[in-house]
Write a protein of this length. Structure first.
Length: 197
């Protein structure tokens, strides 16, 4: 059976071979509930490709300051799924914070919890500020207004690229940023020096 969301990874995998000259060394995707990331990762699981999911680091490490479920959460049940969730010591699910509405979620799809437990996928986080900076740099350098959610994946990929020059990097571009304009107008420009304009 063909899984619907996996079309993202199937097409991206083929495009990398056809256009970029080979499979990527590493693939990044942002993780809220986890659907775009699992769609990208699933067809790549059998390949020798490093897979990195990027959660919302928000404004800090404290409970309620982020939505970095896999990084800071504990096992529990949310909306019928046994997975990793952000909860207090009494098992009460906690509020989250992220600049991106789509990553602002206290749970994560259980398949990601499994992939973290087996070590096949690494999960890290990017903060609100890092996502904003990556978004602005992407607009200025590539003319791509990506979504604030997706900007978290770009922020992490940017750091990776600095540390691993020459690697072939695939980033799942989960959505457009037009919807984020009301949010973005509340923040001052920060990386104009990257624009070269
Ligand atoms: C553009 C975009 N990317 C990512 C997400 C995060 O969701 P998921 O992790 O399920 O792909 C959302 C959620 O609304 C979104 O709008």
């Amino acid at each position: 059976m063909r899984e619907l969301q996996a079309v993202i990874g199937e097409e991206a995998r083929q495009q990398m071979i056809d256009i970029a000259g080979g499979l990527p060394d590493v693939a990044f995707a942002c993780v809220g509930g986890g659907s775009n990331a699992i769609g990208l990762f699933y067809p790549l699981l059998g390949d020798d490709i490093e897979l990195i999911g990027v959660e919302a680091g928000g404004t800090g490490n404290g409970l309620g300051q982020n939505a970095a479920t896999l990084a800071t959460g504990t096992p529990g049940v949310l909306q019928g799924s046994y997975t990793i969730i952000l909860q207090d010591d009494d098992g009460q699910v906690q509020e989250t914070h992220s600049i991106s509405a789509g990553l602002d979620y206290s749970g994560v799809g259980p398949e990601h919890a499994l992939l973290q437990a087996t070590g096949r996928v690494k999960y890290i986080s990017a903060t609100d500020d890092e996502a904003l900076e990556a978004l602005e740099e992407l607009c200025a350098s590539e003319g791509i207004l990506t979504a604030l959610e997706t900007s978290h994946a770009f922020a992490a990929a940017k750091e990776y690229a600095k540390e691993h020059p020459g690697k072939r990097i695939l980033i799942g571009n989960s959505g457009r940023g037009d919807k984020d304009m009301p949010t973005l107008t509340k923040y001052p420009a920060r990386t104009r020096s990257h624009a070269g304009a």
